[in-house]
Design a protein around this ligand. Structure first.
Ligand code: NDP
Ligand code: GDR
Length: 375
């Protein structure tokens, strides 16, 4: 049986990847952080009875800032594959905790690679490093001649997160070249899902749209509506993480859809998914959106109601204006064919959030309080 170790197993990607590897018959080890509340929501369905000796999912307490802990866990598991997905992954928050993000996202990668070397696992253990399109920083002059970022485009990170991840990228490449470790960077562009963290823009939008439609929230406040992202579905992207480690040769790979969309258009699409048409007025910090039409009889939204404003609190000190990736190499060499396009992604997220928020409506009707979780 193949053995995998996933850091960040409790996150969006970690949960989908654990599902995929279990389906493929792997023994899956995951590192979770100690927290004062349960933090395994996304993987609870995979982890029904920890006392079952045949359970193929085992969780270990740990942290990417703790070398001894990581080395011990890797020694215990003797993994064939390590997926280093653990990270402080929020770009805006990285401006508030730059040192921490350097330690976890940058040095954390080194700790994993160094543990492999110390334990003499260079020939056995393959490593996937969760690199990111944030490395490019969205500089227009760095796109290739077709107008995309690819494996050869120069990097210019625009946040402490991007800078920490660039260390992770290069140390992975360096350990591959210096010690012949099979270590790869997946340079993944944004990928989302119903399990996306609630403070990333897509999920913030789909949750808010569901709440607004169901009368649980009045309006949504967002930051830069002009930003453009290349959004795919996390389920498609974790499949590629696995494919990357099955390739004959260790290399770095761009995974993207090749389509870019503004935050504003994502908002438009999410509202349309529940039959609400919007009209945007104004620009910059004064931009607002109003209900233009509501074709869904279930939702009682007044035409002309203001439901979106820009709040500069969500602006970043330095922004990545536009990302669009060229996945040609992965298409040709790994057979990358995503199942979801942007419409499919929005539909999946909206259906899931409407279902979730209907539970809140039921709780309210039954006289219970619901948690206020605003961003
Ligand atoms: P999430 O934020 O959903 O998950 C991050 C995971 O890392 C969580 O399990 C979190 O634990 C864990 N973690 C955070 N800090 C530490 C730490 N100090 N030690 C150990 N584990 C830690 O991210 P995603 O699943 O979206 O992303 C997975 C990886 O891919 C990340 O490295 C991210 O930077 C990268 N990436 C993501 C992209 C995307 O669009 N989703 C695109 C490109 C790269 P907890 O649950 O306790 O918080
Ligand atoms: P990003 O994702 O920074 O691309 O990083 P995020 O969804 O946070 O932002 C995307 C764009 O939307 C703009 N934006 C807002 N963002 C948030 N979070 N909240 C808002 O209210 C808001 N309004 C507008 C942002 O300014 C930005 O331009 C994600 C993370 O998953 C990283 O870990 C990963 O490496 C990259 O994607 C690829």
């Amino acid at each position: 049986m193949k053995v995998a170790l996933i850091t960040g197993i409790t996150g969006q990607d970690g949960s989908y990847l654990a599902e995929l590897l279990l389906e493929k018959g792997y023994m899956v080890h995951g590192i979770k952080r100690r927290s004062s509340l349960f933090n395994t929501d996304r993987i609870d369905h995979l982890y029904q009875d920890p006392h079952d000796p045949n359970q193929r999912l085992k969780l270990h307490y740990g942290d990417l800032t703790d070398s001894m802990n990581l080395t011990r866990i890797i020694q215990e598991c003797q993994p064939d594959e390590i997926y280093n997905l653990g990270a402080m992954s929020h770009v805006k928050v990285s401006f508030d905790s730059p040192e921490y993000v350097g330690n976890v996202d940058g040095l954390g990668t080194l700790r994993i690679l160094e543990a492999i070397r110390i334990l003499g696992l260079e020939k056995k253990t393959r490593v996937y490093q969760a690199s990111t399109s944030e490395l490019y920083g969205g500089l227009p002059e760095n796109k290739n001649e077709k107008g995309f970022y690819d494996e050869n485009s120069p990097f210019y990170p625009r946040s402490p997160y991007g800078v920490a991840k660039i260390y992770g990228f290069w140390i992975t490449k360096n350990y591959r070249e210096a010690y012949n470790i099979y270590a790869c960077n997946g340079i993944l562009f944004n990928h989302e899902s119903p399990r996306r963290g609630e403070t990333f823009v897509t999920r913030k939008i789909t949750r808010a749209v569901a709440k607004i439609a169901l009368g649980l929230q009045e309006k949504i406040y967002l930051g830069n509506l002009e930003a453009k992202r290349d959004w795919g579905h996390a389920k498609d992207y974790v499949r590629m993480m696995w494919m990357i480690l099955q390739a004959d040769k260790a290399e770095d790979w761009v995974i993207a859809t090749g389509v870019t969309t503004t935050v504003r258009d994502f908002v438009r699409m999410a509202f349309l998914e529940v039959g609400i048409e919007l009209e945007f007025k104004g620009s910059g910090v004064d931009e607002k959106a109003f209900v233009k039409a509501c074709t869904n009889k279930d939702y009682q939204l007044e035409i002309g109601k203001e439901i979106l404003s820009v709040d500069p609190t969500y602006f970043r000190p330095t922004e990545v204006d536009l990302l669009i990736g060229d996945p040609s190499k992965a298409k040709e060499k790994l057979g990358w064919i995503p199942e979801y396009d942007l419409e499919g992604l929005v539909k999946d997220m909206m259906q899931s959030d409407i279902k979730l928020m209907k539970k809140d409506v039921d709780l309210l009707k039954a006289g219970h309080k619901i948690l206020k979780q605003l961003e």
